[in-house]
Design a protein around this ligand. Structure first.
Ligand code: ZN
Length: 189
């Protein structure tokens, strides 16, 4: 698939939203996106149905093809039920706000039980914190820190994140994806 001539460099920024065979996103968190190369390959292998296209043509010596923006798998895959433990998802669970002071600035992570005291890096021990609160709490236990925690960390369900996700969508969403994402927002409007 290396013989395609790109019309311009932003082709790398044209991923396809991947839907399951039931036309729901294969995954929300992270959002199931494939690079244009993987997308084109899957079309040629006849593994997907093209649902929507970008206004972009990719060209090779032998053919032209509109670049898919939404594809659906032909074979249903049982979706993962739990969101991955990622930076974005922790921030999303905590609504992109420091769990000590509610600030949304300079966000990082704090280990509720400090790592120096055996605290692990997982859903149950990591909270969103601003840099200032992160430094202030340092290696202290919460009860010795003179700080208040807004919400104890927990492992969220996809639905938990989806509720928050409406307010904090990923940086890039193509308009053709909107029919398959956040559809309940449309209904509320
Ligand atoms: Zn803070």
């Amino acid at each position: 698939m290396n013989n395609f001539i790109e019309q311009n460099t932003s082709l790398e920024k044209c991923p396809a939203l991947v839907l399951n065979a039931d036309y729901r996103p294969l995954s929300y968190y992270p959002l199931s996106l494939w690079s244009w190369q993987d997308t084109v390959k899957s079309v040629f292998l006849d593994r997907v149905i093209i649902v929507s296209n970008y206004d972009r043509i990719i060209r090779s010596p032998s053919f032209n093809m509109q670049l898919p923006s939404v594809i659906a798998l032909k074979d249903y895959i049982v979706p993962q039920t739990r969101p991955s433990f990622t930076r974005f998802n922790v921030f999303l669970r905590d609504k992109f706000s420091c769990q000590y002071c509610r600030s949304g600035e300079e966000l990082t992570f704090d280990h509720l039980l400090p790592r120096s005291k055996g605290g692990e890096t997982n859903w149950d021990n990591v909270v969103t914190a601003c840099s200032a609160c992160n430094v202030k709490k340092g290696g202290k236990l919460l009860k010795n820190s003179d700080m208040k925690l807004n919400q104890y960390p927990y492992r969220p369900s996809t639905e938990d994140l989806h509720k928050n996700g409406k307010n904090f969508p990923p940086n890039y969403l193509h308009k053709s994806w909107m029919d398959y994402l956040y559809w309940d927002v449309e209904l509320e409007a």
